[in-house]
Design a protein around this ligand. Structure first.
Ligand code: XMP
Length: 522
């Protein structure tokens, strides 16, 4: 494998949920890093010519039979090593110290006293607020090691300078550890001597080269949603194989107003993608008729998506076959947070989003996956998209659920109700954008309630639907606070919806956070 930039850090993954976060932090210093399963043979690790090695945390105890098996010879390569949490215990256990099961788990915030403010602690305060998550702890150090930081209960950091091995019991990679970034940077830049010359352009160049090599003269298909992830993934793959990528964009009948046309135009004219657009609104809406249960709606849309995608893929497949080519690849915009398990310890777990399910494709196609973004976080994907000169309109798009407006129309989804909500939603988005709030809030949208209320317009009594406005602030959609939108913005949204959208005569604002609420109403 090529090494982009001039310096590489290898992160050996012992199964921690934070491993990819370590890689991300290192990318933030403009240094290249690669996450490998801890079971990777030493020769393969050394072949990457790393400047240093990080041993991640992990859920096991060094005494567990099922503890991940890494080659202890990794500890005597002479390369600088940083152990994190389980990494510290692995080092202690294998170099002749003693790890004992903890009587009390330390979990959450802890105060650490640093006794040697140098090496990894260079320039940090002598008292640190850190994030701990461990049961076992080191009781006797391995020969040549000394304690460089402690908590009230346990050893918090150890060092063996001549062997260039340092380790911490806490997690410097998480945001809860206040000076964690400085600690990691001390290791990566000062102690390993990495050059900070790795940029998103390197990511683009190596990813494109890798895809080109993988796909060879083959063909690929990709399901586009119009959102950030699938668009960036498609553009990267198109850079590598050009027109041999065909993108499929499906109108499921519950997209936003004019979205089917707009997305096609952007994808073709601005991103120069080869797009097959399938207007299957009627197919979807007929499956949604009479369905009121939210999960049934999701199921109906998910299944129909697979069926439509299948039909379109088959057509492309047949056309390519007749010209002697075969589609062998499916591109997905899976991001790291979509990959549920720590893939590297348990073997690659290709978690496929249900609405892009390969299981639904013809068996004889035997598609292999290309997931160029599977190690990245959303904001990194946006950064890559910017370097690919993609339009801000796509990169800054708020998340939109796969089942679309169907989970924002409470009760039955009918063509009339879709049309009403499309109008209200368009006004909501327009006003939020006009107020300069679109990028500040995580999501902002309208919800159509199956509740009619009495109103009065001119001299006429009205009896029409209620619309709820939902706007939330969030980092990742897992938790969210309702956004305190300015009254003026709410006033404009409300009066425009009631006067411009036939069928709605009342607007309310949702002031529920998540938890206990969810972002979507269904
Ligand atoms: P909730 O409503 O669970 O939403 O707080 C969290 C995030 O997930 C999105 N969401 C979905 N996305 N298919 C999707 O692709 C779905 O069925 C779905 N349900 C919720 C939601 O928009 C928010 O960003």
């Amino acid at each position: 494998m090529d090494t982009p930039g001039t310096s590489t850090i290898v992160i050996l993954d012992f199964g921690s949920q934070y491993t990819q976060l370590i890689a991300r932090r290192i990318r933030e210093f403009n240094v290249f890093s690669v996450v490998l399963p801890c079971t990777t043979p030493l020769a393969e690790v050394l072949a990457l010519k790393p400047k240093g090695i990080i041993l991640s945390g992990g859920p096991s105890s060094v005494y567990d039979d099922a503890a991940p098996k890494a080659d202890p010879a990794i500890l005597s390569t002479g390369l600088p090593i940083l152990g994190i949490c389980y990494g510290l215990q692995f080092i202690t256990h294998h170099l002749g110290g003693k790890v004992v099961p903890g009587h009390a788990r330390e979990y959450g915030h802890a105060a650490v006293t640093v006794t040697e403010v140098e090496n990894i602690f260079h320039g940090l305060p002598s008292t640190l607020s850190v994030w701990m998550s461990h049961g076992d702890h080191a009781e006797e150090l391995a020969p040549g090691f000394r304690v460089t930081a402690t908590t009230n209960n346990a050893i918090a950091a150890i060092a063996n300078d001549p062997s260039k091995i340092w380790a911490v019991q806490f997690h410097p990679e998480v945001a809860h550890t206040k000076d964690g970034m400085k600690l990691l940077k001390n290791f990566v830049v000062k102690l390993c001597g990495c050059a900070q010359d790795w940029t998103p352009e390197h990511f683009i160049a190596t990813t494109v080269a890798k895809i080109r090599e993988q796909v060879g003269s083959g063909h690929a298909i990709c399901g586009l949603s119009g959102g950030v992830d699938s668009s960036v993934a498609a553009v990267l793959v198109a850079r590598a194989i050009g027109d041999r990528l065909t993108c499929i964009f499906v109108n499921n009948g519950v997209l936003r107003k004019d979205e089917f046309a707009k997305v096609q135009k952007t994808m073709r004219e601005e991103l120069h993608l080869n797009v097959v657009a399938a207007d299957a609104s009627e197919r979807f809406l007929s499956k949604l008729a009479g369905v009121t249960d939210p999960e049934q709606k999701r199921k109906a849309i998910g299944n129909e998506f697979i069926a439509v995608f299948d039909d379109e893929a088959k057509k492309i497949f047949e056309a390519e076959k007749s010209s002697g080519e075969e589609i062998a690849w499916l591109v997905q915009g899976t991001l790291y947070p979509d990959v549920i398990e720590s893939a590297s310890v348990h073997g690659p777990s290709h978690v496929i989003k249900s609405h892009h399910n390969v299981g639904g494709l013809p068996a004889d196609m035997k598609l292999k996956l290309i997931e160029p973004l599977r190690d990245l976080f959303k904001d990194e994907v946006r950064r890559i998209g910017r370097d690919l000169q993609m339009p801000e309109e796509i990169l800054e798009r708020q998340p939109f659920p796969g089942p679309g407006l169907a989970v924002r129309i409470l009760g039955e989804v009918t063509p009339d109700r879709v049309a009403i909500l499309q109008e209200a939603d368009a006004i909501c988005v327009e006003e939020i954008k006009r107020a300069g709030l679109y990028r500040k809030v995580w999501q902002s949208f309208a919800v159509l309630l199956p509740v009619k209320t009495v109103g009065v317009m001119g001299d006429q009594r009205t009896y029409a639907y209620t619309c709820a406005i939902r706007a939330v602030e969030s980092e990742d959609g897992m938790t969210a606070d309702w956004a305190a939108l300015p009254y003026e913005v709410l006033r404009t949204i409300s009066s425009r919806i009631v006067s411009e959208v036939r069928g709605i005569n009342r607007v309310v604002y949702d002031i529920t956070s998540k938890p206990p609420g969810t972002i979507e109403w269904e």
